[in-house]
Design a protein around this ligand. Structure first.
Ligand SMILES: Nc1ncnc2c1ncn2[C@@H]1O[C@H](COP(=O)(O)OP(=O)(O)O)[C@@H](O)[C@H]1O
Ligand SMILES: [Mg+2]
Length: 286
């Protein structure tokens, strides 16, 4: 499998800012994977996405897109990518379908808009002006827009932000199906749930730098505590005990507690990605 993106020593400075916003980062996005860029607000996630989609061009370092210098790509690049911006951009005086028709005309190839609109639950509201849409409806329409040209690579900036769990679940299902059909996804998020459920690999971005690039599983193994916590009921009150995971089968206290029939819950000390985020970045997720 090839590399959709190969980024080396990427630096970027906004004209109005004194220092670099992106301070020399490098990473690969493999074809067919969901790559997550995560980090706190202001870390540089959206800026990185804007550079990868050629919206911000004054960067230094190198970006290869399927083996070609991104700077050498002509407008055919836009035929291949789908973009969900952090803030949905639509014409509020046009209906949802009018918006989708408008954006579709820029592409040679278009996806089945009706199927997409049905899937995200907006088909029955297709003739409603977007100005009358709720925030969540705009977010869902924003996702349909990103999928309009049946893209080879999909960019999603905080794609589930503002969605209730059911609708967020539908979008995540659609992203997973897109990958299953061979699609490549670059997504940015500050929500650990998205990462846990979707990402094959993640990079932590803090203050314009990347700290860890790994799989969610390896991160958990690296930062997770190797212990087991047991809650049990004794004389009407709940108590808990923690045992080291190593050699647990031979730990007599643990085994006798299991045999006592008093156990109510058992948890391995699997550190959540949220906790790992705090450890790795030193910043609490907000
Ligand atoms: N157009 C801009 N001009 C100047 N600074 C910007 C601009 N857009 C973003 N920034 C700054 O760049 C930094 C990174 O922003 P951003 O990439 O949006 O972060 P994230 O998406 O991780 O929250 C922030 O400090 C932000 O204030
Ligand atoms: Mg952002």
């Amino acid at each position: 499998m090839g590399l959709a993106f190969q980024v080396e020593n990427l630096k970027f400075k906004y004209p109005s800012s004194k220092e670099d916003t992106i301070k020399g980062i490098g990473f690969d996005v493999r074809e067919g994977e969901i790559f997550g860029l995560l980090g706190p607000s202001g870390a540089g996630k959206s800026t990185t996405q804007k550079i990868l989609i050629k919206l911000l061009k004054d960067y230094t370092g190198s970006i290869q897109y399927f083996g070609k210098d991104l700077k050498s790509m002509d407008n055919s690049f836009y035929e291949e990518i789908g973009v969900g911006f952090e803030v949905p951009v639509h014409f509020s005086k046009l209906t949802a379908m009018e918006n989708m028709k408008y954006f579709s005309q820029f592409y040679k190839k278009t996806a089945d808009v009706q199927a997409l609109m049905k899937r995200v639950g907006l088909w029955e509201y297709r003739d409603v002006k977007v100005g009358e849409y709720s925030k969540g409806m705009k977010v869902r329409l924003n996702f349909v827009r990103a999928m309009l040209n049946d893209p080879r690579v999909l960019f999603l900036d905080e794609v589930t932000n503002g969605l209730d769990p059911k609708n967020a679940g539908i979008i995540k299902e659609m992203i997973a199906e897109y990958r299953a059909k061979g699609g490549t996804v670059f997504l940015t998020t500050h929500l650990m749930n998205d990462v846990e459920q979707l990402c094959d690999r993640v990079a932590f971005c803090v203050n314009g730098k990347l700290i860890e690039i790994s799989t969610p599983r390896d991160l958990k193994l690296k930062y997770g505590k190797r212990e087991v916590k047991v809650e049990y009921r004794e004389n009407g009150t709940v108590s808990s005990a923690v045992f080291p995971l190593d050699g647990i089968g031979f730990n007599e206290d643990f085994v006798s507690l299991l045999k006592s029939g008093k156990v109510e819950t058992i948890h391995s000390g699997e550190t959540s990605l949220e906790e790992i985020f705090i450890i790795v970045t030193g910043v609490e997720v907000k």
